[in-house]
Write a protein that binds this ligand. Sequence first.
Ligand code: ZN
Length: 242
Amino acid sequence: MNTESPPQARAPEAALVLFSGGQDSTTCLAWALDRYETVETVGFDYGQRHHVELTCRDNVLAEVRQHFPSWGKRLSDDHRIDLGYLSALGETAMTHDVAIEMNEAELPNTFVPGRNLAFLNAAGALAYRRGIKILVGGMCETDYSGYPDCRRTTIDAQETALSLGMDRPMHIETPLMHLDKAATWALAQELGGSALTDLIIEHTHTCYRGDREHRHEWGYGCGDCPACDLRSSGYGRFVEAA
Ligand code: ZN
């Protein structure tokens, strides 16, 4: 069932969503489509080990256009930016074939230093060119408190830096910042009903290992990497509470 909000609830501005094709950024995309008149998307190729998420993002955009016609009308251009230099800066479990483990600073080695800052910087520059003042990102400090560039204090500083550096107000919306994964599933349900949660299960990608072979009730993945753990336990709590 499609539970899109009535048009009068929508702000007239345009927004640019940092969209990876994962559960979080797909929920952010729905949140933005529910709220803004025009929504553009941007994805980054940073030499990630698994290109599967870049394929998933094309599929998610096509599915949104097909199953949510009033959102589809507001869904505008998609942009892809090459940030391949991130993988040249050093090995992490996201860009090289090494095991996922914790480093000496208690950060998982899936952490790519400066990645979110680079994403926001590139997205801010693109938004400037497109005349857009609102960025939307799925950064969250609840589940990934180990990622310092996902914390709201970092985002606030980046918002200030972009606004000063481009001499134009730039806002960074982070609708998932204080939600856990169960609440993120619930937000998707609230925004687009089971049509949206079904789309997220079938077409978004979260697994750190790039596994698209094993299908679970919460979607595809290896089932035991940290990203699959979060997604599956969040889904379990979401279903229990429903
Ligand atoms: Zn996995």
